[in-house]
Design a protein around this ligand. Structure first.
Ligand code: SAM
Length: 245
């Protein structure tokens, strides 16, 4: 990834260096013009600060772990401190540099679409911080889920967080769902880019799904929904279990 495209990574790295703290937000822009502002601090929080559904997700993790889109490594570092063997991957070079400087022992700069069995076999795949969204679109989700089945042990699990896009009354979101439907896209398939200072990612798709959509999506992929861990808001964690063959 070109350095000026690594907007998220710059925000994390500046926060780690203490230069960005509280000064510059991470701007998330949707293709209808809606903007939201995030704070890099959120990606450095400790277990005690996490919402209950993310804490609950940690109890579902077992064995050798692949943390996809690990960011500044908050979940990977927690699991590593508990003695688990964790590989953190992220397409952002500066996110991975941040993880390394924070003490994460096993890291790799890699996009979710580049993951393969050459990395070894995993018992848990972790996609927290709404990283189910990295599946981007339903067809890619099914393709990647099948690929993950080939990279994991029997009895493996995927612990993934997403947000139910329908738990909103915001007219801008409701209009966006309608626009997506008109274009044959799933309502929660958002097209966004991330800006930070003078850096910006290209536009990319990010997928939010309801529990029913998620159940539909995983059919015939080698995975089945074992359970959901709910939060008080629209976010939830899905535990997917590998189907015995
Ligand atoms: C919302 S952050 C979540 C970070 C971390 N999981 C957490 O909860 O603190 C999303 C992360 O995914 C990474 N990412 C975005 N697109 C990716 C892709 N295609 N493959 C791998 N990582 C990606 C970003 O660089 C970022 O670090």
């Amino acid at each position: 990834m070109n350095d000026d495209r690594d907007a998220f990574g710059h925000a994390l790295y500046d926060h780690l260096q203490g230069t960005g703290k509280g000064k510059w937000g991470i701007v998330i822009e949707r293709d209808d013009g809606l903007v939201d502002v995030d704070d890099a601090h959120n990606y450095f929080t400790e277990y005690a600060d996490w919402p209950a559904h993310q804490q609950g997700a940690m109890a579902l993790v077992q064995g050798r772990v692949l943390d996809i889109g690990c960011g500044a490594g908050r979940h990977s570092l927690y699991l590593q401190s508990k003695g688990l063997d964790v590989l953190g991957v992220d397409e952002s070079p500066l996110a991975i540099e941040t993880c390394k400087q924070r003490g994460l022992r096993r890291t790799q700069v890699m996009s979710i679409t580049q993951l393969s069995a050459t990395l070894g076999t995993f018992d848990t795949i972790l996609m927290l911080g709404n990283n189910f969204g990295l599946f981007a679109k339903p067809a890619r989700a099914r393709w990647l889920l099948r690929r993950f089945a080939a990279m994991t042990s029997p009895g493996a699990r995927i612990v993934a967080e997403t947000l139910d896009p329908y738990q909103t009354g915001d007219p801008l979101h409701l209009a966006y769902h309608q626009r997506n439907r008109r274009h044959g896209r799933w309502p929660g398939q958002v097209r966004i880019r991330v800006r930070y200072r003078d850096c910006g990612t290209p536009w990319f798709d990010y997928l939010f799904v309801s529990r029913d959509e998620l159940l539909q999506l995983v059919e015939h992929t080698g995975w089945a929904v074992d359970r959901f861990v709910d939060s008080e808001g629209p976010c939830y964690v899905a535990l997917l279990a590998k189907v015995d063959r």
